[in-house]
Design a protein. Structure first.
Length: 94
């Protein structure tokens, strides 16, 4: 499975090995909505992490693109971010 962003930058697109394509999400300010997507990472368990720079957070999805939770928000306290520009999965899956 490959997960990437379409050129509109506001919806997830899942491309399966059989080349079928699903889109998920749209522009907006609520969970499962994206405004300024800055990066996507997929861990070894299929968890998907999507960074939205406009809200200084990332949203966690399972392999079926079900929202698990948004994480973060604007600020300098632990768990907060200021204009995140990407995300990286370290391969450990933790």
């Amino acid at each position: 499975m490959r997960v990437d962003l379409p050129s509109s930058d506001v919806a997830l697109r899942r491309i399966s090995i059989d080349t079928s394509t699903d889109s998920y999400g749209s522009i907006g300010v609520h969970p499962v909505k994206f405004t300024r997507t800055k990066g996507i990472a997929v861990d070894p368990h299929g968890m998907i992490y999507v960074v939205d720079g406009a809200f200084s957070n990332f949203q966690m999805f399972d392999a079926e693109l079900r929202l698990l939770m948004p994480v973060g928000g604007y600020g300098t306290e632990p768990g907060q971010f200021i204009l995140p520009t990407g995300i990286h999965e370290d391969g450990a899956g933790t």
